[in-house]
Design a protein around this ligand. Structure first.
Ligand code: COA
Length: 189
């Protein structure tokens, strides 16, 4: 089963939706990645500390993004620009995945992350045949939960003070979607 996942991921490194291309990162994305990865407002609810320089973004692409499957650059077709990242983490032993995402603040509120997540749910359920996809956000970052709800995910509860990040305990909101639920309700982009 694990080898099969590898093959499907290798055969589908680029996914196309209406307005977006989900693809591997390129070195040429460094400036765009720095743009969203250095904005304090964007990083507010992330454990990630972001980048100090374009060089930091470039070395992260080479040393981290290229070494793992499931990390997608979100390219906006009409601008040929990398406007964000969505990171699927497979847990093959449970036939499930979790994910995290971030978008350049200039592009918030235009439906782009809903489009990107819907496309990836379609791929992970229909091509990888996963049984479940799950994700979390901190209380306070409800915009992130709205994206998940729009993609058919269901609220599963709040874990009180579940994580300590940058010295602060956060209540964490959990969402999930099973394959059955996805089949019954999915959006196609
Ligand atoms: C969370 C994030 C990815 C949302 O991306 P986006 O492309 O702006 O989301 P969409 O445009 O697809 O929005 C989907 C829905 O959520 C709503 N929404 C998105 N961000 C919101 C916010 N900050 N506050 C309230 N609602 C929000 C939208 O209005 C939309 O609902 P609608 O169609 O009823 O208007 C983006 O704000 C972001 O990158 N934030 C910083 C990083 C982050 O917090 N990542 C998540 C960590 S768990």
């Amino acid at each position: 089963m694990i080898n099969n996942y590898q093959k499907v991921l290798n055969d589908n490194k680029t996914l196309n939706s209406k307005k977006l291309i989900l693809r591997r990162f390129k070195k040429e994305d460094s400036k765009d990645v720095y743009e969203f990865g250095s904005d304090e407002e964007t990083l507010k609810y992330l454990t990630w500390n972001g980048f100090k320089t374009i060089g930091d973004a470039k070395s992260t692409i080479i040393n981290h993004y290229w070494k793992r499957q499931g990390i997608y650059a979100i390219e906006l077709k009409e601008e040929n620009k990398c406007i964000g990242c969505i990171d699927f983490r497979l847990k093959p032993e449970h036939e499930k995945a979790s994910f995290g995402y971030v978008l350049n603040r200039k592009y918030w509120g235009k439906g782009y992350m809903t489009e990107a997540l819907s496309k990836l749910l379609e791929f992970y359920f229909s091509k990888l045949d996963l049984n479940r996809v799950e994700a979390t956000h901190y209380v306070g970052n409800e915009g992130s939960g709205k994206v998940m709800i729009k993609c058919g995910m269901e609220f599963e509860g709040i874990a009180k003070k579940e994580v300590k990040v940058k010295g602060v305990f956060h209540d964490v909101v959990h969402y999930g979607i099973t394959k059955e639920k996805w089949l019954a309700s999915h959006l196609i982009y």
